[in-house]
Write a protein that binds this ligand. Sequence first.
Ligand code: ADP
Ligand code: MG
Length: 680
Amino acid sequence: METALQTIKGIGPGRERQFHRLGVRTIPGLLTYFPRAYENRSHIVPLRELKAGETAAVIGTIATVQEKRPRRGLSILEIVLADSTGRCKIVFFNQSYKKNMYKKGLRLYAYGKVDMGYGALQMNTPHVEMLYGDQQPDTGIVPVYPLVEGVSQYIVRQALTNWFAAHRELPDILPPEVSEAHSFMTRYAAFKEMHFPSTPEAYKAARRQLAYEELFVMQAGLLLLRSRQQAVQGVAMKTNGPLITSFLASLPFTLTGDQQRAFHEIATDMEDNLPMQRLLQGDVGSGKTVVGALALLKAVENGYQGALMAPTEILAQQHYESITAMCGTLDVTLALLTGSTKAKEKQAIYEDLAAGTIDIVIGTHALIQEGVHFNKLALTIIDEQHRFGVEQRARLQQKGMNPHVLVMTATPIPRTMTLSIYGDLEVSAIKEMPPGRKPVQTFAVNSSYKERMRNFFAKEMEAGHQVYVVCPLVEESEKLDLQAAEALYMELAAYYHGRFAVGMVHGRMSAAEKEEVMEAFHRRDIQLLVSTTVIEVGVNVPNATIMCVEGAERFGLSQLHQLRGRVGRGDAQAYCILVSDSRNEESKKRLHLMETIQDGFVLAEQDLLLRGAGQLFGLIQHGLPDLKVADIVRDIDMLAEARRDAKAFIAKQGFAYCAEKMKPELEQRFGDDFIRILYS
Ligand code: ADP
Ligand code: MG
């Protein structure tokens, strides 16, 4: 298929540049540049029949044009339209430059919402087109595209109209039996109906079809990846032996039922020679680390190496410390490898990993660097999956002997969504918390509580506890946010001066600087920590009892829940204070949910309902295709169907055939990295 934009009639280098500004670079890009809305112009409403609250298309002759300037900086252009049945006012704000375009007697097409203004019907800033002579407007259902300045609806419509006029078909990507079973129209027809619907019903059918197609391609991609990873012989481990037994015996606690079940599932996978591909899901504090440690020891017990990769140095360090402590006197050699490991030490670790004298290595991205070679890597664990892409997971995997893979995540993903997001993984979930945890008391307040909060912080700190204060950083104005956070830090430092030590950690600091502050907090040299970064508070400081979040409305429920999970890790009662001055009803509702709900899964479901999938989806995993038509939440049933169909297709035709057939589509949707992994 021809993909260059300039092959379309009417598109030269200048037009092409305009399309680039819309992010459209190829013909497939143009075809998937879907309208943001449609105007149904099939029915032109006589002016007398207009009703307030309705959106309507009208045609009339301009009766009067009047400009008013009620105050400086505001101009109102009022146009009265008339047809044989009545009149209607059209109003534009601050568009006086258009005044001379609208001449008495000219015919005008207008589309917009009808409102009641000063007792008469009017349309505020409708979409208008001038009709010269006896010209008629584009009729039917007309697409409205998302635009940037300098690019008009006309240009996009015209390019698509010309492309559809010059072509009769699009290559199919769904297997014919699937298209048949769903009674799908041709792919060409579906795209055409998305852009230029012939009827609302045809549009609906086209949308469903293209949504299904997206989901099918996504699921096929994930399933192919999975079958590629499983097409190889992994290492089959023996049943649990003495190392595991003594580890369990030396733990200061017994595993919860969910932890036992999760480890049983993992152990069973590892005893098979198909490489494990499993997700371990559990709320913050649910005790995933010990389950991960058990899996690592199982590899060691069988004479292999295990690796655990964490997204930040601090988390890697903490895992290293807690797993080292758990292993106690067991005969296991552990190493920590991060970006700040000294060159000489790094070299020694590289050598020991290659020689096999290190059993377990814990680290950051440093683990997937060029120089790292393992002797017998048979298990890789990846913590906090959503910060790593599909590709990084694969890179660590490639360092081993088709190792078993365990992904650990604290992001509670509703069960209905795990398939779509981790389509290539089996899932184990830890839902039950270790015994004795007290729920974190949560309060949503506004900033009028400032004084009371500060007294409360002081009371807790006097009792020997510690406090986190988180200020959100929003990317567009990172600099201003940082200034605000620094101001808050200064204010608190001055307020508690001489009584408590206040520290700060923010995203602009180097890893080493952050680490230093976190260490000080860990050692209790700092009692109150102001932070702008969410990741670095992923540390475990059981002595902290207050999590205060400023500008709480800027976080999603899942994020707030993760932050809240940083406290309440010790025996003392912990508190989460959500500060927000937002008057937005939805924000208030969300913060109220935090006060009443402790279960991360329930909160995630609520987040989905309130904010849609995008938020959660974006948070979870990189490397998945953008969905342009389908909506993971709304189309969840279709997703299950697409997955079933994709599975059947791959089972019937085999990996090689399907991978070849789907390649162009997978490349377009998943990107190069994915393709490199799948076809490597
Ligand atoms: P997360 O799932 O967030 O990674 P951790 O593994 O850090 O949770 O566990 C949180 C805390 O709970 C740790 O201090 C750990 O020692 C403790 N813990 C884990 N499992 C149990 C258990 N079964 N009983 C009591 N404490 C436990
Ligand atoms: Mg953890």
